[in-house]
Design a binder for this molecule. Sequence first.
Ligand code: KG4
Ligand code: ZN
Length: 353
Amino acid sequence: MYNPTFDPTKKDPVILGIESSCDETAAAVIRGREILSDEIASSASTQALFGGVVPEIASRAHTDAVADVVSRAVKKAGITYDQIDAVAVTYGAGLLGALLVGVSFAKAFAYALNKPLIAVNHIRGHIAAAYLVEKALKPPFVTLLASGGHTAILYAKTEAEFEILGATLDDAAGEAFDKVARVLGLKYPGGPNVQRCAMDGSPCIPMPKMLKGGGGYNFSYSGLKTAVINYCNTKKQKGEDFSKADVACSFQCAAIDVLVEKTIMAAKETGVDTVTVGGGVAANDYLRLTLYAACQKEGLKLVLPEKRYCTDNAAMIASEGLVQYRLGNFAKMDLNAKASIPLSATWKTGDKV
Ligand code: KG4
Ligand code: ZN
């Protein structure tokens, strides 16, 4: 009989996190906010052959890897299965078939060990990565969330309650990086390759202002993406050469500057003293440098997770699992995967959009 118990007073519970929402199969073990192990198997190199993530290939790769990745994570953590206090798994958003592999495995694992199961929302995981970097981090703070599916500025009231200050009105920042990479003929994954290409260029090509200096805390990336496509197409039609590096650099500056500007504005207007970041775009070196410099200038503390904890990983899922564990918020064995979870459905109170 599955009848797990939990101890809400336990100081540093041991949480196993499992993540399989896209092309990374990941498992990690944390004790409190300390990372004991963090394992990843990625199908990115196979996906690169197809120019993007093929859902069926991702699902098969997860099925092949998940048992081994979890067992490696537990072994490297130096714990026995019995010492695990709860199993946290990403249930959405992401590729349905990919998510189902992690969810099914986590359910079976939790059932076999008779341990509580925790359903983790992937984007909340990205935000919770900051707790692993700065163990004393406490809300309130402002978070910049910039991934392949979401771009938003959030005000964290508590570990579990957020207010959406602003969000993208169309494409996410990561999505724009991936589309620009494709236009420039750069390989998947787009973001890191645009960054690499931009290193040899200068921001000399005028780009649209987007919602810089306006639009509150909202963003819009579709105009920027279209401007890049139009620039490249016009040059090609006229038979003129152009520098891919300059295009990448001009795009990167426009895409990132607005994120930095609005994050700082949000921190100042809400009066917090700390800014955190999460999501794959937070692995971008230009963003990391400019946000660091801007926070220094404004006297704000920046909690910047290592790059591997910005892109998809399971330690962040375990970290959000810890938040839910302390709330006693557990899933049942009928937990199902969800392909999409709107940002506005993610936060309990204070939503503005
Ligand atoms: O958070 P993430 O790993 O997955 C999602 O939850 O979406 O974010 C992936 C996104 C992709 O769009 C990828 O191109 C972007 O993050 N990304 C980057 C960089 N590394 C990953 N974008 C810009 N610069 C990077 N270095
Ligand atoms: Zn992600």
